[in-house]
Design a protein around this ligand. Structure first.
Ligand code: NAD
Length: 262
């Protein structure tokens, strides 16, 4: 494997599991130093060990709740000091959050879902911009969802879908604002991917049974038998992080095996 990312540094949020972990392994395999931000410290330490046990770029786990501004700011500074710069930001951490009919969603659950998925993305981008500018450019990749930019819906997930659509709007603004600094901003919109995301569904107390009002077509993803794999999404992240995508910014790329076309 070539070392396309030799000497580069990446911050990856949600790096303890799923898509973030696969992207961290992929970038490190090609030489990048990776700062792993996640609030599940145990799992993220394992990712760190896995990367550091092979001869690649170095990894360091940081205990960060991306919805906490002070924590994000501090961890970004620490990673830049540790690795001596910043080139790639993968704002990927997210949760399913509250899943319930709208009339049953509590404001606290609504806020917590948006605090992680939307505020977390904003804070990750906000606090990394100065370092990318200092580097003379860079690549920011944001994980949204087909819930955010297509007509695809998942019943009960209005807080999630709202946060994912807002990430797309935010990325569009950031792409234009940061273009003159040679910082690219792109969004990936996966369909179902085989990860631990279902553990992040918040339990709503006293929730009446969710009644699905329409029959959903069975079919999963036409291009595959089941959901996508995190490594397939990591290949797209790798492309958007690399110089091969040097003229791509403000894009929203669906990666769903045609799931959203059903
Ligand atoms: P995952 O649960 O396997 O991994 C997400 C990681 O984010 C976990 O390690 C978790 O601890 C971390 N995290 C959650 N809240 C955090 C916070 N506040 N601060 C720091 N870390 C936090 O799930 P995944 O599928 O790899 O999810 C990654 C992204 O992909 C999410 O934004 C998700 O919405 C998006 N996505 C996933 C799917 C899917 O089907 N898996 C589909 C579309 C979009």
């Amino acid at each position: 494997v070539g070392a396309a990312f030799e000497g580069k540094t990446a911050i990856i949020t949600g790096a303890g599991s799923g898509i973030g972990k696969a992207a961290a392994l992929q970038l490190a395999r090609e030489g990048a130093n990776v700062a792993l931000f996640d609030l599940n410290h145990e799992r993220t330490k394992l990712t760190e060990q896995e990367i550091n046990s092979v001869r690649t770029g170095a990894a360091r786990a940081f205990d960060v709740d991306i919805s906490n501004p002070l924590r994000v700011e501090k961890a970004v500074l620490e990673s830049v000091e540790l690795f001596g710069g910043l080139d790639i930001v993968f704002a990927n951490a997210g949760i399913n959050g509250v899943v319930a009919p709208i009339e049953e969603i509590g404001i606290e659950d609504w806020r917590q879902t948006l605090a992680t998925n939307l505020d977390g993305t904003f804070l990750t981008v906000k606090y990394t911009i100065p370092h990318l500018k200092k580097q003379g450019g860079g690549s920011i990749i944001i994980t949204s969802s087909i819930n955010g930019n297509t007509r695809f819906t998942s019943f009960g997930m209005s807080a999630y879908s709202t946060s994912k659509a807002a990430q797309c709007a935010f990325a569009k603004m950031a792409a234009l604002e940061l273009a003159k600094f040679r910082i690219r901003v792109n969004v990936i919109c996966p369909g179902a991917v085989s990860t631990n995301i279902d553990d992040s569904t918040m339990k709503t107390e006293g929730l009446k049974e969710i009644i699905i009002p329409v029959e959903f077509p069975e079919g999963g993803q036409p291009l595959a038998d089941g959901p996508g794999q995190p490594e397939q999404v990591a290949d797209l992240v790798r492309f958007l992080a690399s110089e091969q995508s040097s003229h791509i910014t403000g894009a929203q790329i669906v990666i769903d095996g045609a799931e959203s076309l059903l």
